[in-house]
Write a protein that binds this ligand. Structure first.
Ligand SMILES: N[C@@H](CCC(=O)N[C@@H](CS)C(=O)NCC(=O)O)C(=O)O
Length: 203
């Protein structure tokens, strides 16, 4: 399998860390959707990161769909989802919040970096900032329950998604984290110190 995309993308990073924790061998090609657009489009003409090329040559995109496929390949004991129904629902909620935090952060970064200053729309940026703050407020409340991880003694997808989202926002938009998130910060630091996260560092 080949994973394509840069590790400054929280979506690429969550797939890389997850494949590692699922014990699935893969090659990582660090192509950018911007600076290496042509090379990227030769593999996936839609130019979305992450892209995963399976061993039979199928080209997948969307981190959630890639991870659904990866879970099917992995040994059942390594699954990154809790099995009990209520815990599964809570995990899906946390992943949804983390992905919303990623999406709102990326939208703010694109608005600021890709649009000329005179064309930036402040009401849109304000709306994104409010949505981002709401996602982190709710994630922080969830992270307060971590012991040491969100679902017990090993990191699952909810931990991975929360940690990569928080790191991305910290790196790209530190001023957007208006309210302190001590529990999320501790969870992120714990995640970043693991072997799987250190194998695929931000940036
Ligand atoms: N929902 C997607 C989001 C992926 C995404 O937005 N990736 C960005 C890089 S961080 C990208 O491909 N940007 C280029 C573009 O959208 O044209 C996922 O979960 O994979």
């Amino acid at each position: 399998m080949i994973l394509i995309g840069m590790l400054d993308s929280p979506y690429v990073r969550r797939v890389a860390v997850s494949l590692e924790l699922l014990n699935l061998p893969f090659e990582h090609r660090s192509l950018s959707v911007f600076s290496t657009f042509e090379a990227f489009s030769a593999i996936n003409p839609v130019v979305k990161a992450p892209t995963l090329v399976t061993d039979d040559g199928t080209v997948l995109m969307e981190s959630g769909l890639i991870l659904e496929y990866a879970e099917r390949l992995a040994a059942p004991g390594l699954t990154l989802a809790p099995t009990e129904l209520a815990a599964h629902a809570r995990a899906q909620r946390i992943i949804g919040l983390a992905l919303a935090a990623c999406e709102k952060s990326v939208q703010i970064v694109y608005e600021r970096k890709l649009r000329p200053a005179e064309k930036q729309h402040q009401p849109w940026l304000d709306r994104l900032a409010g949505q981002l703050a709401a996602a982190y407020r709710l994630l922080e409340a969830e992270a307060r329950r971590a012991d040491p991880w969100l679902f017990g003694d090993r990191p699952l997808q909810a931990d991975i998604a929360s940690a990569v989202a928080f790191r991305f926002t910290q790196e790209m938009l530190p001023e957007a984290l208006a309210e302190p998130c001590p529990a999320l910060s501790a969870l992120g630091a714990r995640a970043e110190s693991t072997e799987a996260f250190r194998a695929f560092p931000f940036g």
